[in-house]
Design a protein around this ligand. Structure first.
Ligand SMILES: [Zn+2]
Length: 195
C-alpha cells in the first residue's frame, strides 16, 4: 500500500519523493525548509543549529495542515539537525545544550554570590618600558605608585614582560637590544559595578 504524506495526503511514490520514512512528500519537506538543511553540512557555529531548530519549527507552525501532528514532524526535522550536529561537532546536541545551560546557570549563581558582598573593584594597567634588562626604573615606578595611591588605587599585581623583536622595532630600539616592560595592575574599590 502506497504511503500518504501526513501533511497534504498526497500519495508518496516514485514521482513525489519521500522523507522521514514516508512521513512527508517532497513538497511539504521543502515547504518546511528541509532543503535549507543542506547548509548545515559543514556548519560549526552552534548558534546556526539553534537557528534552524527555530526556523523549521516556525515554518511548520505557519504552514502545516491544522489537523496534522506537528510535533511529530518537528521531531523528525530535529533528529536530522541533531545528526548533522553530531557528525560535525562530535557532540550530542541535547547533551551539549544541557551542559551549556548548566554552565550558564552556574555562572549566574557565581555572579550573584560575588555581588552579594557588595564589593566592587575597578582596575588600571600601567606599563613601564625598561631598556636595560634586569634593572628597574625605580624613580618612575615610585612616581606611578604614589600618584595612584593618592587616588585610592592599590597595587594588585606586578610582573615583568620580556619584549620580543617586533616590539623592539616599534620602540625604535636595535634588534640586539634587550628590553622588558613592567606591568603594574592597580585595583580600587568602587560603589557600583562597572558595566
Ligand atoms: Zn505533502
Amino acid at each position: 500500500m502506497a504511503k500518504e504524506c501526513i501533511n497534504c495526503g498526497r500519495k508518496i511514490g516514485f514521482i513525489s519523493g519521500e522523507h522521514f520514512d514516508g512521513l512527508l512528500c517532497d513538497n511539504c519537506y521543502a515547504e518546511f525548509g528541509g532543503m535549507t538543511l543542506i547548509n548545515l553540512e559543514t556548519e560549526t557555529d552552534i548558534d546556526k543549529y539553534i537557528e534552524y531548530y527555530n526556523k523549521i519549527a516556525g515554518e511548520i507552525d505557519k504552514k502545516a495542515n491544522p489537523n496534522v501532528d506537528r510535533e511529530k514532524i518537528k521531531q523528525c526535522f530535529y533528529k536530522r539537525i541533531d545528526t548533522r550536529f553530531n557528525a560535525v561537532t562530535g557532540y550530542e546536541m541535547k547533551e551539549y545544550l544541557r551542559k551549556e545551560m548548566e554552565e550558564q546557570e552556574k555562572e549566574i549563581q557565581h555572579v550573584e554570590y560575588a555581588k552579594s558582598f557588595n564589593e566592587f573593584y575597578e582596575y588600571d594597567v600601567v606599563t613601564i618600558i625598561n631598556e636595560n634588562h634586569g634593572t628597574i626604573d625605580k624613580q618612575e615606578m615610585m612616581r606611578i605608585l604614589s600618584e595612584h595611591t593618592k587616588n585610592g588605587w592599590k597595587l594588585h599585581t606586578i610582573y615583568s614582560n620580556e619584549l620580543g623583536k617586533n616590539a623592539l622595532g616599534i620602540l625604535g630600539l636595535g634588534v640586539n637590544a634587550t628590553a622588558c616592560e613592567d606591568v603594574l595592575i592597580f585595583e580600587r574599590r568602587v560603589k557600583e559595578p562597572n558595566e
